[in-house]
Design a protein around this ligand. Structure first.
Ligand code: SIN
Ligand code: FE2
Length: 217
C-alpha cells in the first residue's frame, strides 16, 4: 500500500530535492532527452575524445574529460584554465548544440536562475572506482551564473559541502537523468564525487557520464 502510494507520487514526473539554499536536485529532469544526449556525446567524443589530464601537482585524474562549447576546461602542469582550443587536437572544441544549451537554460530557470547562457560544457567520464575529490568550481569568470550538472549512467554519490573544504559534506545519490543546479549563495560550495561503485547501466554500461554547463567567460 505504502509502496503504491510512493509509486503514484513518482509517476507525477520529476521531483525536486533542495540540497541547500541555491542548490536543487531535479530528479529525472534529463530523462526525456537521454537518447539525444547519448547521440550528442558520441558526436563530441568522436571529435574530442575523453582523456585523463594531469593536475598542476602532477597527478593523473581518475576521471577522463572532454568539453564542448566556446571553451573547454583543461589542466596540465601549467595549471587549470578554460581554453578555446582542445590542446590534444589544436582545434576548437566541438560546438555546443543549441538544444543542449537551451536544456541547460531551462534547468537553471526551473531552480530560479533565469537567463543562464552557458558557453562551456565539461564532460566527465567515471569508470568504476573513479572519483572527484572535494573542490570548488572557481575557474569561471562569471560566478554570478549557476552550474548545471547532468548525470547519466551508473549512480554516483554526490558530496555537497560548505564554503570551507573542512565542512562535512552531505551525500546525495545521483541517478541516470538527474540534474543538479547550484548557484547564488552556494556557487562556491565544495563538492565532489565518491569512488564510483560497480554496476551495469542499460544505456551506458559500466560508467557514469556527467555534463556540467558553465558560464566560463
Ligand atoms: C564536477 O564537480 O565538476 C563534476 C561533478 C559530477 O561529476 O557530478
Ligand atoms: Fe565541480
Amino acid at each position: 500500500m505504502t509502496a503504491d502510494l510512493f509509486e503514484g507520487i513518482a509517476d507525477e514526473g520529476p521531483s525536486r530535492e533542495v540540497i541547500a539554499e541555491g542548490a536543487v536536485l531535479l530528479r529525472g529532469f534529463a530523462r526525456p532527452f537521454e537518447q539525444q544526449l547519448v547521440t550528442v556525446l558520441r558526436d563530441i567524443t568522436a571529435q574530442a575524445p575523453f582523456r585523463r589530464m594531469i593536475t598542476p601537482g602532477g597527478h593523473q585524474m581518475s576521471v577522463a574529460m572532454t568539453s564542448c562549447g566556446n571553451c573547454g576546461w583543461v589542466t596540465d602542469r601549467a595549471g587549470y584554465r578554460y581554453d578555446a582550443t582542445d590542446p590534444q587536437s589544436g582545434k576548437p572544441w566541438p560546438a555546443m548544440p543549441q538544444w543542449l544549451r537551451q536544456f541547460a537554460t531551462e534547468a537553471a530557470e526551473e531552480v530560479g536562475f533565469p537567463g543562464f547562457l552557458p558557453d562551456a560544457c565539461l564532460i566527465n567520464r567515471y569508470e568504476v572506482g573513479s572519483r572527484m575529490s572535494l573542490h570548488q568550481d572557481k575557474d569561471e569568470r562569471d560566478l554570478g551564473a549557476p552550474i548545471v550538472s547532468v548525470s547519466l549512467g551508473l549512480t554516483a554519490i554526490f558530496l555537497f559541502g560548505g564554503m570551507k573544504r573542512s565542512d562535512t559534506p552531505r551525500r546525495f545519490r545521483l541517478l541516470h537523468g538527474d540534474v543538479v543546479v547550484w548557484g547564488g549563495p552556494v556557487r562556491l560550495a565544495y563538492h565532489g564525487i565518491a569512488p564510483l561503485a560497480d554496476g551495469e547501466h542499460p544505456l551506458l554500461g559500466r560508467q557514469r557520464i556527467n555534463l556540467t554547463f558553465r558560464k566560463a567567460r
